[in-house]
Design a protein around this ligand. Structure first.
Ligand code: S3P
Length: 426
């Protein structure tokens, strides 16, 4: 579906956004693993989190939506049952990678599949550490889905240093470790999002710029009740839009402000963004707050290597803000972008070229600058939700507007994007 956007004259009002996707995935997984009833409020209504819900239903967890509430009756340790068919992770890397850690410790065989995009994404990064733990996992020659996980009677704790700064790899190892009495130690030299550690209450120590993390059966989840704070990655699109449209002001309520996720706010502030945090609080160990955004004149800034894992999902929308900012927008050390729902470096560069901008593509990033051609452009989303929303925002900031193809892909993280937009476009 091609979605057309007109130039927006003003953004005004207050928004409540759905629950953080990373925390929602984990809340469904941990509640399904725990023995008994858990209650989750404001769980993300994204297609990705639905994939996680469907997988755990097939494994025997009872999961029911009642209005705002998700009620999960979990199976308990090693009580999942062999699913009647393969587990389909859809477009969701988090589902496929994290669930593999759990399945590595079960006494039945499972097969995980995904959609076309997920079936191209690297799985060796989780198979390697899980195999070191004694897991029996088979992938295609290219190290991609479908993967088959067999029961193993040799699963054991390991000490492991992460080779890629990936919260998904870290979490897959932690989730397998929860089934073992001995302690697994994970060395994470570069910090990545730490929701798994917070939600499971794991012990951590400083290690290089990051953490050393300990996990074992004593950390196996118990039933819980929680409210999932709103998703800062979803908020980022509305933050950028408000900054770019003159005379605008927006408040986004109760957003997750976990410091492994707020890099986007830090970079935008360095660019001169007028962003205020109000009503700071804490919800199950996760920081939250309201974000007030006022339109601002932005100036591009240097983006450091260390902050890349923290802003990895926000780079598409950050670059859109950068195109409207003074100076060139440049990003490096971000090769991981090539392994997301699309090759996001290629996707961003090809769309910026459509606007007549000067684009230089690098293996690990790109630079964009120059003048925008004043035409209505049809942007290519590559079926990637974050590319679709980034170019929706771009279109609304352009004199002649713009269109985005395969716009239905936004449902992967935020099915209500257009509805939320209608609430705040004055
Ligand atoms: C996620 C981790 C990140 C992120 C993804 C969600 C998570 O991926 O890009 O959208 O929930 O753990 P990597 O850890 O693979 O970089």
């Amino acid at each position: 579906m091609i979605q057309k956007f007109e130039k927006v004259n003003k953004i005004k009002g207050e928004l409540r956004l759905p629950g953080d996707k990373s925390i929602s995935h984990r809340s469904v997984m941990f509640a399904s693993m725990a023995e008994g009833k858990s209650l989750i409020k404001n769980c993300s209504n994204s297609a990705d989190v639905n994939s996680t819900i469907e997988c755990f239903k097939k494994l025997g967890a009872l999961i029911e939506k009642k209005g705002e509430l998700l009620i999960v009756n979990g199976a308990g340790s090693r009580n999942f049952k062999e699913p009647p068919s393969e587990l389909y992770a859809g477009n969701s890397g988090t589902t496929a990678r994290l669930i593999t850690g759990i399945l590595a410790a079960q006494n039945f065989k499972t097969v995980i599949t995904g959609d076309e995009s997920l079936s191209k994404r690297p799985m060796k990064r989780i198979i390697e550490p899980l195999s070191r733990m004694g897991a029996a996992i088979e992938a295609s020659d290219t190290g991609t889905l479908p993967i088959t996980i067999y029961p193993s009677d040799n699963l054991h704790a390991i000490e492991y240093e992460l080779k890629v700064p990936s919260a998904q790899v870290k979490s897959a190892v932690i989730l397998a470790a929860l089934h073992l009495d001995q302690t697994t130690v994970i060395y994470e030299p570069v910090p990545t999002r730490n929701h798994t550690e917070i939600m499971l209450g794991l012990e951590t120590e400083l290690y290089k710029n990051g953490k050393k993390i300990y996990a074992s059966a004593i950390n196996y989840p118990e039933p819980f009740e929680m409210t999932v704070p709103s998703d800062i990655s979803t908020a980022a699109f509305f933050i950028a839009l408000t900054l770019l449209v003159p005379g605008s002001e927006l408040v986004i309520k109760n957003v997750s402000l976990n410091e492994t996720r707020t890099g986007i706010l830090a970079v935008l502030k360095m660019m001169g963004a007028n962003i205020l945090i109000e009503n700071e609080a804490s919800e199950n160990g996760e920081k939250t707050g309201d974000i007030r955004i006022l339109s601002s004149d932005l100036v591009n800034t240097e983006i450091s290597e260390e902050i890349i894992p923290n802003i990895i999902d926000e780079i598409p929308i950050l670059s859109v803000a950068g195109v409207f900012a003074e100076g060139n927008f440049r990003i490096n050390h971000a090769k991981e972008l090539r392994y997301k729902e699309s090759d996001r470096i290629a996707a961003l560069c090809s769309n910026y070229k459509k606007l007549g901008l000067d684009v230089e593509e690098f293996e690990d990033g790109f630079e964009v600058g120059g003048n925008i051609k004043n035409n209505h452009v049809l942007f290519e989303s590559y079926g990637d939700h974050r590319i679709a929303m980034a170019f929706a925002v771009m279109s609304m900031a352009l004199e002649r507007g713009g269109s985005v193809n395969e716009f239905e892909s936004v449902a992967v993280s935020n099915p209500d994007f257009l509805k939320q937009l209608n609430e705040i476009v004055a």
